[in-house]
Design a protein around this ligand. Structure first.
Ligand code: SF4
Length: 611
């Protein structure tokens, strides 16, 4: 088989057994790969109402059909699981070299369930499978874990996806880390920790066959030419996403737990400042964009700190929420989160929530153990991060995520928990970007910024040839559906979100079809059908778990408190008309949020009807 390795590995940690399967014709044809494979496998395998931290939950690692080839920017890996943070379907994705190495080791997917009776790591070595003792790694950070596994295996080229103490300690937003690239969101690391699974290590030398090598080479050449010809290629290669001012100028850079959209002093963190602290650029496998970077702080309180990144979301996570514009803090906090195994977005959002509760007297100095959580005071942040990862002090409460922490605190604190479906909201205020917000509120994952990113509102990209008014309500339902389905299409091959703007669906289809030999993948109408199918199957996973319109909700702050100042001043999020427009565009019942039967049949999802 070409493109794919045609092998899925199933691991049951409870009885330490392994099984291999081939990819079925139905799976390949109907779901193409990547996100399509992930949702179908998880939907089929999981019983409804399973405990996310129980043996029955799975964590599925997937590499896309183009990973490991020389097509550009297809190096991302995805994990799929039922989220301990949201209780629903979840996928998260990381970059680097893990995906290509998994393919070279012989597999498209690894499905892990059960629970080991003591800590283990999974070692996949050129098709050979082994579970090894990880007791000596338990409690260690991700950096040491990478080093020691490579030493044990006597192979510096092994690629590793691991958890840190946060995942071991049951922090609800622990991520999975591979060479400091994170599949951070939703608690994949928490699921691994509950399974006593410290890491998955992979290495291999298998080749990836191509169905039409000459056609594939021509398509890759065309892709490279398009990258080079793009006016934004050079700039993005040099700066990556280290440019936080792009949302500040729109007035949607959230500050003080989403009480405003303009950060005073943001110029201290603008792109030129990051250029000064950039030690070097880094890249993922087979990506000429090389947008990553190693940053080093040479002065101030955080002198000596370094990290790979931080990227835009992390820069926001440790600035806006606590009203701090010290670039040193973002670098230091990024480093600590990566090592301890925490999602930076949920961590920063949750700390911002604690600052507001402190301001309002809902938690006191006694609760914080003497930490002074006043806006502008960045001193407690690194301490709080460590407390969260180790479930100590106030961190024990914050480690549950904002929704659960608010439930435990009570006293009306729920209104200050800024999440959707339990997933903390990222770095764009939805009041000043309505389609972007509509995607947050309707996403099956909760408030995810990637899977329906509204570039039309954030960067002024045209939609169907026309400019878009970011404050407008009308037409945003259809546009949000388009954005979400489009992202689902790119996620089939698992192309990096930062690279999708350089090529179109036609060229993408050519890459997929020449690699795999599947002619239907060259048909862009077919890709749109599969994108919509995948999105709706994710919805049906959640419907089966009891989700519906009642969960497509924002905190009241966005609905009732107009943005106070700045370029989005006066804006609120008009949830009802936006949602109605969206459900209509999706052919979902506006009262329940459940896809209509006709829509499910049209998408070939008959097997989900009536779940
Ligand atoms: S664009 Fe950046 S993050 Fe994406 S694959 Fe390339 S180097 Fe990695």
């Amino acid at each position: 088989m070409s493109g794919y390795k045609n092998r899925i590995l199933r691991v049951n940690l409870t009885d330490r057994s392994f099984k291999e399967e081939s990819l079925s014709e139905e799976l390949i044809h109907d779901f193409v790969g990547g996100r399509g494979f992930g949702v179908k496998l998880l939907y089929d395998d999981m019983k409804p109402n399973s405990d996310p931290l129980g043996e029955e939950n799975e964590i599925i690692f997937i590499a896309g059909p183009l990973a490991g080839t020389n097509a550009q920017s297809f190096s991302r890996w995805k994990i799929f699981f039922k989220s301990p943070l949201t209780g629903g379907y979840f996928m998260s994705s990381g970059g680097g070299y893990f995906a290509s190495e998994l393919k070279y080791a012989g597999f498209d997917a690894v499905i892990i369930k059960g629970r080991a009776d003591s800590p283990v790591f999974l070692w996949i070595n050129d098709g050979k499978i082994e579970l090894r003792d990880a007791s000596y790694l338990w409690g260690l950070g991700c950096n040491d874990t990478h080093t020691l596994i490579r030493e044990e295996l006597r192979n510096p080229k092994v690629r590793i996806a691991c958890i840190g103490p946060a995942g071991e300690n049951g922090v609800k937003f622990a991520g999975v880390f591979s060479d400091r690239r994170a599949a951070g969101r939703g608690g994949g690391g928490t699921v691994m920790g509950a399974k006593n699974l410290k890491a998955v290590a992979v290495h291999g030398r298998e080749k990836i066959d191509l169905a039409d090598p000459a056609g594939f080479s021509a398509a890759v050449k065309e892709q490279v030419n398009r990258y080079k010809a793009s006016p934004r290629f050079k700039h993005f290669s040099e700066t990556g996403t280290q440019t936080p001012e792009f949302t500040n100028v729109l007035g949607i850079f959230p500050i003080k737990n989403f009480r405003g959209g303009v950060l005073p002093g943001i110029e201290k963190m603008d792109g030129s400042v990051f250029t000064e602290i950039r030690a070097r650029n880094t890249a993922c496998h087979s990506c000429m964009i090389h947008c990553g970077s190693i940053s080093k702080i040479n002065s101030g309180r955080y002198r000596g700190s370094w990290s790979e990144g931080p990227e835009y979301e992390t820069i926001w996570s440790f600035s806006g929420p606590i009203l701090c514009s010290d670039i040193g803090l973002t670098v230091a906090a990024d480093n600590v989160c990566d090592d301890l195994g925490l999602d930076t977005i949920s961590t920063g959002n949750t700390i911002g929530f604690a600052y507001e509760l402190y301001e309002k007297g809902l938690i006191t100095r006694e609760d914080t153990g003497g930490l002074e959580l006043t806006y502008g005071n960045d001193e407690p942040v690194l301490t709080l991060i460590k407390q969260i990862a180790h479930n100590k002090g106030l961190g024990e409460l914050l480690a549950k995520g904002t929704r659960e922490a608010a439930r435990r605190i009570g006293k009306g604190s729920e209104q200050y928990a800024m999440h959707v479906k339990g997933l903390e909201i990222p770095a764009y205020d939805p009041r000043g970007a309505k389609a972007h917000g509509l995607s947050y509120i309707t996403m099956n994952l909760g408030a995810d910024h990637c899977a329906g990113y509204a570039g039309q509102e954030i960067f002024g990209a045209p939609y169907k040839g026309k400019a878009v008014d970011r404050f407008a309500v009308k037409g945003k339902g259809e546009m949000t559906k388009w954005n979400q389905d489009d992202k689902a299409i790119w996620n089939l091959g698992i192309m990096c979100n930062f690279a999708t703007g350089y090529i179109d669906h036609e060229l993408y289809g050519k890459l997929l079809s020449t690699a795999t030999g599947r002619q239907e993948f060259a048909d862009t109408d077919y890709l749109w059908l599969v994108g919509e199918r995948v999105y709706n199957l994710e919805r049906m996973f959640n419907i089966r778990e009891g989700f519906g319109r009642k969960d497509d909700v924002f905190p009241e702050r966005f609905l009732k408190e107009p943005m106070p100042v700045g370029p989005s001043a006066g804006q609120v999020f008009e949830a009802d008309p936006l949602l109605e427009d969206y459900y209509r565009a999706r052919s979902w019942d506006p009262k329940t949020g459940i896809p209509h039967e006709d829509k499910l049949k049209e998408l070939g999802l008959d097997f989900t009807i009536g779940v």
